[in-house]
Design a protein around this ligand. Structure first.
Ligand SMILES: [Zn+2]
Length: 234
């Protein structure tokens, strides 16, 4: 096997592209599983619904209160007119009680009307909230279509790259592959560095002419004296 650094350099190009693809595929998976705008729109609908339910409960209580007072009014009016009470003081007190109950019912009915008009407004808010939710949902579905399209392109490219990687690594001795993999892990995914202007393109350190010569011709590997990466002399 000749000039391992050439094959390693080609392999690294494939690996860096694969790293990039995998990162993007992870991001796409996250985006597909979690759309913060949709969650927010749903929360807004839920919030408005809970306000509506609270107001409806209040309204139901007011209706019960009014109904109870009306029953009391009916009973008192029946007592007032059935002729059993003849004492004028008692009749006067009973009439006063009926009047007071009727005023109380009037107050409760006013509160009911206020609540009902509030409910009408909140129902309009709910319609708006639901419209917003629907539009975010539609948007998210079309975004997702794009994401699914992108994902399928990336998956195809990834498959191709994995085949390329197998072919490239087949050109490289096992112990050299070992060194490459270890460097990739410890050197931020860059195991092989090209030479630019007699320097390591990654760390900038100068490479001697004899090291460059060695890297170019030799069947063994040369390393940058500063960062320790494998030198590829081109
Ligand atoms: Zn270096």
């Amino acid at each position: 096997m000749s000039n391992s650094s050439f094959h390693l350099y080609q392999l690294q190009k494939v690996d860096l592209r694969l790293d990039h693809l995998n990162q993007r595929l992870e991001k796409i998976a996250l985006l597909l599983n979690n759309n913060p705008r949709l969650v927010k729109a749903q929360n807004q609908v839920d919030l408005t619904l809970s306000i509506i339910h609270g107001k409806e409960d209040e309204l139901a209580k007011l209706e019960q209160t009014a109904a109870a007072k009306k029953i009391k009014i009916d009973q008192s009016e029946a007592a007032l007119y059935n002729g059993k009470i003849i004492n004028p003081k008692e009749l006067k007190d009973l009439q006063a009680e009926i009047n007071s109950l009727k005023r109380a019912v009037g107050t409760v009915e006013d509160e009911q009307l206020t609540l009902m008009s509030q409910l009408e407004e909140i129902h309009l808010t709910l319609l708006q909230d639901q419209k917003s939710y629907d539009s975010v949902l539609a948007e998210s579905e079309s975004d997702n279509q794009q994401l699914f399209g992108e994902k399928s392109e990336l998956d195809k490219e990834k498959e191709k790259l994995i085949t390329e990687r197998q072919a490239a690594s087949g050109q490289i001795q096992a112990e050299v592959m070992n060194i490459y993999e270890k460097l990739r892990m410890s050197k931020n995914h860059i195991a092989v560095s090209a030479i630019e202007d007699q320097s390591c393109a990654t760390c900038g350190s100068e490479i001697t002419a004899s090291d460059i010569q060695k890297a170019r011709s030799s069947t063994s590997l040369s390393f940058c004296p500063s960062c320790g990466r494998i030198i590829y002399a081109g």
